[in-house]
Design a protein around this ligand. Sequence first.
Ligand code: HEM
Length: 504
Amino acid sequence: MEKLIEILSSDIYIQSFIIGLILAAFLSKLSRRTKLNEPPLVYYRFPIIGHTWSFSKDCDKLILESREKYGETFSLYVFGQIMTIVGKETTHEVFRKDQDFSFREGFKTKVPLHLIVGDSVLDEENFKIVRDILGGQLKHLISRLQKNIIYAIDLHIGECVEPKVIHYPRKTLADIIAIPVANIIVGEECYNNEDMLETFKSLTFSLIKLFRIPPILSFIHPWLHQQIISIPLRFGWNPISNHRKVVLNRIKPVIEKRLYDKKKLGDDWVAPLDALQRYLDDPKVAPDFDPNNINYDYIVDGICRLVFGAMTTTSNHATQVLYDLVERKQQYWQELYQEAQEINKKCNGNELTFDDIASMVKLDSFVKESLRCDSDIVTLPHKCISKSYYTFANGYQVPSGRIVSLNYYDTNNDEELQGQNPTEFYAFRHLERNSPAIKLERNFLKFGGGKHACPGRTLAVNEIKMFIHKVLLKYDVRIDTKEIETKKDVGLVFENRKESVINI
Ligand code: HEM
């Protein structure tokens, strides 16, 4: 390797060749811009580098300034690629035109999940599974969810007769959320094993850290970066092979038992309600229900993909809602506590029903505002998959293959869309509009939009609401002031409420 570097740095011909190659790639990419009525390319000073530095270091400033100067649709040159940014007028056009823009394809350019967890058929399959079980059947799962949330709070926060500091709330929330999510994905029989729960907590991180490598080679061509980072994967290395093993070992005996019971009991057999069973119901995956003929790889990949989509999103947002609540305690805690207490009284100590959770309207609005305010400025890269180019309603055109990202800031800070003081956290703005957290609207983009909007949002919102409801009733929570100066995610102090109204 050292020898190679020595040759490269000493040989003037090789150096000139490499520089020539970079320039040729760069010029050829720019020359492709001229044929279409493209959105304005924001001015940049340094060729090749383009906006890469400011996009990575101070994205908010870059986007705000560009928006002001160039209007709601403009392009940036980042890591060797032109990327188009669209604002509030065009965001929903991108969501709606699913034949022309694909988030799945855009995401693949950042994280090539298809090389790690199976083929893309699973995208569609998982979408249906989540939509059917978690949208359509969630009512039947509320009791299980609730038991598991209570059990998880008890396990990971527990009785706090004396004040108890949770130093890493984000980690504790991942511990808590893993339990109900695993229950619904892999089922009652095997979710509560230590190694399975560990997989639910850490799989996303194992995947993401691989793709934190800065795409330096994209300056020559994004394709080159893709090829280089995927070499180990193509040779069979898999960053989540340990997680795949855990899932396989745990689900195999469960599948065998389910197939055996189904054969033995016939029509009397009641199919469990979870994602695992949905894979087994598919004749392509489990032909003739023969235990020796199951496509285990497919099921394991499907489960790993679901864990990736469901876990970190939900646990991080649950943490954010809790922080928002504790930070705005003076303003909102008492009012939300009263709502929780009224609903608790109505239940008479029994389990919450789906309707009880729906009646937590103030909490719902609080959760929605927390989700709205916790958005990246630019996100959801969609790849243009039109045949050769796409023409937006505003007349601008982008070529096929272009990444189009959405300027969430533009929607989130628009007074017409959000009401008064859009930059401020106002918990009841959605209640006043009678707009529940799972509702997709022009002014709320957290769950995406159109045909591919997040199918797991009902589960996520219900889980977060159930969790916060229990916390409100059981604990008093405050910021651990000792940690404010030292950490980004400060610790939280939990203490049993003096007049605690529930026993969990
Ligand atoms: C607060 C938590 C969550 C947030 C913020 C979130 C957000 C999103 C977003 C923005 C998308 C892309 C939508 C689009 O393309 O327009 C998405 C897709 C998806 N989400 Fe979620 N999600 C959450 C929780 C969940 C949960 C709990 C599950 C499953 C149990 C889930 C499963 C999925 C799936 C399968 C897709 C892919 C849809 C497709 O490609 O067609 N999500 N989510």
